[in-house]
Design a protein around this ligand. Structure first.
Ligand SMILES: [Zn+2]
Length: 178
């Protein structure tokens, strides 16, 4: 799996692209609430580390890394927002689905591990690409493992690339308006 660096910048990238034409916030009154939300959704699938730390057994990249839970969580968020009369239910659903799916997409192209239960509960098989794009993060080596520099450099370059694309899109859009 990539680290929260790549998941968070990808979430931000999707959020900015999908809210190009919107000046209003998704949740609450402040932009920081939207940012906190999209970063949470971009990384929430990896919270399956918590039961793995506390209990015996293999939880990571299990059901939380499936397309069905991706859809179910996105739908639940939309239903809750609808119940609370939030105005942007459809946009919130699509952004949540897009960001959660991006997490699965990035993990699919990452080196190491046994893959993920992408089609749970229909099958318990693990899926991953035979060709990897992202270097693996070795959680078992602890926080201060020198080999982590590889994924940190790679994901920083990847994030810089995404932000450059965003910058180009916003610049060309501003030029069109003026
Ligand atoms: Zn993951």
């Amino acid at each position: 799996m990539p680290s929260p660096i790549a998941h968070s910048t990808t979430a931000y990238f999707i959020f900015k692209l999908t809210s190009l034409n919107s000046r209003s916030t998704l949740l609450g009154k402040h932009r920081w609430q939207d940012l906190a939300y999209i970063i949470l959704i971009g990384n929430v699938a990896d919270l399956d580390f918590i039961p793995q730390l506390l209990l015996e057994g293999k939880f990571h990249r299990g059901p939380s890394h499936s397309l069905s839970l991706d859809f179910l969580i996105s739908l639940s968020v939309a239903i809750i927002c609808y119940a609370f009369n939030k105005p942007q239910v459809k946009q919130l659903f699509l952004i949540t689905l897009g960001i959660y799916t991006s997490h699965l997409f990035l993990d699919y192209w990452t080196a190491g591990g046994a893959g993920m239960k992408l089609f749970w509960p229909f099958t318990n098989s693990y899926f991953m690409s035979s060709v990897s794009f992202f270097p693996s993060v070795r959680h078992s080596e602890g926080l201060f493992y020198s080999g982590h520099i590889i994924f940190i450099v790679f994901e920083t370059i990847y994030s810089f690339f995404l932000m450059t694309i965003l910058n180009i899109i916003f610049k060309s859009r501003r030029n069109k308006i003026t």
